[in-house]
Design a protein around this ligand. Structure first.
Ligand code: ADP
Ligand code: MG
Length: 251
């Protein structure tokens, strides 16, 4: 058995005495694609904040590749290999997708010289491969401002991937996307899961069904239930707090 890439042990996060995360335990294997669902206010975003160092746990610990992240600054955690996709894209709209990705690659190399050198053939190939993975090979040289909402989100995912994180954290990636964009985002995350560990937080249950292997349900800052989509969907506690009436399978 491999040791977990992420191991969250008895973590509590208090905001003025209110426990947004309450004695949470969760472990993620290398290469896992884990989906986290739960009602509004369950603590999903705070859960990501505690992994990235934006908030500190008041109790418990977060281990990443065996290393305790307590009191580690956000930018250091990012450099250790945790990339986070926020809900609003942080893309330079006046640059092209290619240029945006180049910037991310260079930022991750911390070599000043990369700024002054032409990219090598190998760099160009890698960049082209990434553009293809995120579905933007045909729009590599247009201003990012004219991309659709979905395409901007994929570009930002690409910019994260360019920095070679081991663990990708993605908060509600398909909010505001068309059905087709949602479907393609699912395919993108599944293909990235071949080479990364990924945690996805999402509300859109159809999307969750498309990508889910292991699902964790959060409720009031704790893990309510964990399992396959089928197990979770049929768990009476999950139905009560989150899903509502039992779902009929279409005939
Ligand atoms: P979710 O993403 O599952 O909707 P959040 O993690 O955003 O939930 O919030 C969990 C709970 O913690 C909510 O009740 C929210 O109001 C509260 N909360 C989140 N951040 C803060 C904060 N900085 N200060 C006080 N309360 C907060
Ligand atoms: Mg949230």
């Amino acid at each position: 058995m491999s040791s977990p890439i992420l191991d969250i042990q008895n973590v509590t996060v208090s905001f003025d005495g209110f426990k947004a995360i309450n004695n949470l335990n969760l472990s993620l294997d290398p290469g896992e694609l884990r989906v986290i669902i739960g009602p509004n206010g369950a603590g999903k975003t705070t859960f990501l904040d505690v992994i990235t160092g934006k908030v500190q746990p008041s109790e418990g610990q977060v281990l990443f590749k065996g290393r305790n992240l307590r009191n580690t600054a956000e930018h250091k955690i990012s450099r250790l290999g945790i990339g986070r996709k926020f809900q609003t894209p942080r893309v330079y709209f006046n640059l092209t997708p290619r240029e945006n990705l180049e910037l991310s690659y260079n930022r991750s190399k911390n070599l000043l010289s990369t700024l002054f050198q032409k990219p090598s053939a190998q760099d160009r190939e890698e960049l082209m491969r990434l553009l293809t993975i995120i579905g933007l090979a045909g729009k590599a040289n247009v201003p990012a401002s004219i991309l659709s909402h979905g395409e901007k989100q994929w570009l930002e995912i690409g910019m994260l991937v360019a920095q070679s994180p081991d663990l990708l954290l993605v908060d509600e990636p398909v909010a505001g996307m068309t059905d087709e964009e949602t479907e393609r985002t699912g395919q993108l995350l599944i293909s990235l899961a071949e080479t990364h560990s990924i945690i996805v937080i999402e509300h859109d249950m159809e999307f969750v069904r498309q990508i889910a292997r292991q699902v964790t349900v959060l409720h009031q800052g704790s893990v309510l239930c964990e399992g396959t989509m089928d197990q979770v969907q049929n768990d009476p506690r999950v139905i009560e707090v989150y899903l509502g009436e039992p779902q009929e399978e279409p005939a």
